[in-house]
Ligand binder design. Structure first.
Ligand code: 5AD
Ligand code: SF4
Length: 452
């Protein structure tokens, strides 16, 4: 059996795609190894969202060069968004790579590997499909508490800064029956949480069902305790969806609501289809319908022509909304996007740095204040496992997706425990578990189940 080593970069969709790739290769008699030295095939599943995603891969290819010098027969594959985006045009490192494949080409990987192994040469596959949803592939997941499940792929929004419509192609949704059948199987395998994924997940539409309908259907699967989703676009939040979220205890009270910018001219230039005012109204509506909802966001600073005054609008929205967490990025021009063709990347690097520093400082203050405000309160925490820093401490998440660290106790991954918050930083809550509440919680039964 040939051994495959695979590394994943980028978003959760890429993590999920790696699970699809593992499944496809396993069905074709490949096995997996954690050691690249022992591998017959080395795959990098890549991202293209910002230039630093590309730089990381160029760096890794530099290291893989040594691997290939030691073992000429190793097959190297560049998969995913960067591969699709560059279409094999890797400057000087092209000769290192034997297989180039984009996100819709994974079913053809076994044949591509076979061809390189038997005939040599290179294989390229950048065909994007309007239909490929991998609904017939059951991903080979790493056992755990959460399972990713893509319910739609691709994106038709064409935000001017974004490379995704070019790397992942047109929007397409899986049928609800197909999604629900997979979630049922996940429940049988004792996953406790599913995260529904899509580049534009709330635009989901299949067989006459919308995203609210899908969420309701998924929530009826016994054994699944929590449902999350990412990433939605602010344009698709009908009242019906918010009402389903509010009424359904399994759907976590967390919305990742990408703001990108707070200035109307910049928002228009980004083709985001909302204004500062309508975004703020949406936040009010969400908070009105779903009390205690956690809101997180993505922001880009230094988009083409953004002035200091334009940036102040973004600052103001962040100050007004008080997100629980924000991911803030410097604008990185992506080749062939609308912004690349129509606008210029004209905000000087030091201005981008100044703005990202200001927003990060603001957000840190807000996150810290919000986290400290819940000290003394109790939360149900879904236990994920030992914390990375200290094996005597465990970690889990609240419904609002906040990380909680607590002392190791008589529970295991997948349990839901009641935790009182005793301390907090901007990124982490520290909890004390209340074992008397352990079995009386709403999720008493699953706590008694084995997870693995
Ligand atoms: N430059 C910087 N950030 C970007 N994002 C998407 N495209 C770019 C780009 N060209 C950010 C957006 C998006 C997140 C996943 O990455 O904020 O929501
Ligand atoms: Fe990166 Fe976007 Fe592709 Fe995910 S979809 S891997 S974030 S470019």
């Amino acid at each position: 059996m040939k051994k495959v080593y695979i590394e994943t970069y980028g978003c959760q969709m890429n993590e999920y795609d790696t699970e699809l790739i593992r499944s496809i290769l396993k069905a074709n008699n490949y096995e997996f190894t954690d050691s690249q030295q022992n591998a017959d095939v080395v795959f990098l599943n890549t991202c293209a969202i910002r230039e630093n995603a590309h730089s990381k891969i160029y760096g890794r290819l530099g290291e893989i060069k040594h691997l290939k010098e030691r073992n000429r027969n190793v097959v190297v594959g560049l998969l995913g968004c960067m591969s699709q985006n560059l279409r094999g045009n890797l400057k000087r490192q092209e000769e290192l790579v034997d297989i180039f494949a984009g996100p819709d080409s994974y079913k053809r990987l076994p044949a591509m590997i076979e061809s390189v192994l038997t005939k040599g040469g290179k294989k390229y596959d950048f065909a994007l499909s309007e239909f490929e949803d991998y609904g017939d592939v059951y991903p080979q997941r790493v056992p755990g508490v959460n399972a990713w499940i893509a319910v739609m792929r691709g994106c038709d929004n064409f935000c001017t800064f974004c490379v995704v419509p070019y790397t992942r192609g047109r929007e397409r949704s899986r049928s609800p029956e197909n999604v629900v059948a997979e979630v049922q199987r996940l429940a049988e395998e004792r996953f406790k949480q599913v995260t529904l994924l899509g580049q534009n997940v709330n635009s989901y539409r299949a067989d006459g069902y919308d995203f609210a309908d899908l969420m309701m259907m998924v929530s009826e699967v016994d054994g699944i305790e929590r449902i999350r989703f990412t990433s939605p676009h602010p344009k698709d939040f009908p009242d019906k969806f918010l009402e389903v979220m509010a009424d359904n205890p399994k759907i976590c009270n967390h919305i990742h609501l990408p703001l990108q910018a707070g200035n109307n001219r910049i928002l228009e230039q980004m083709a985001r289809t909302y204004t500062k005012q309508s975004f703020l109204q949406l936040v009010d509506k969400i908070r009105d319908k779903i009390p205690n909802v956690a809101l997180t966001t993505d922001v880009i600073v230094g988009f083409s022509s953004e002035t200091d005054a334009d940036f102040e609008d973004t600052f103001e929205v962040m100050e007004t909304v008080e997100f629980d967490l924000a991911f803030i990025f410097k604008y990185s021009e992506r080749e062939n996007t609308i912004a690349d063709r129509k606008f210029s990347d004209d905000v000087p690097p030091h201005k981008k740095t100044e703005r990202i520093v200001r927003l990060n400082e603001l957000q840190k203050r807000i996150s810290l204040r919000k986290n400290q405000a819940v000290i003394g309160q109790s939360f149900e925490v879904l236990v994920e496992g030992p914390s990375k820093k200290n094996p005597n401490e465990w970690m889990g998440r609240t419904d609002g997706n906040k990380i909680v660290i607590f002392e190791r106790g008589p529970f295991k991954a997948g349990d839901i425990i009641e935790t009182e918050i005793v301390d907090a930083t901007a990124n982490t809550l520290f909890g004390k578990h209340d074992l008397s509440a352990h079995t009386s919680a709403r999720h008493a039964l699953p706590i008694l189940h084995e997870t693995n």
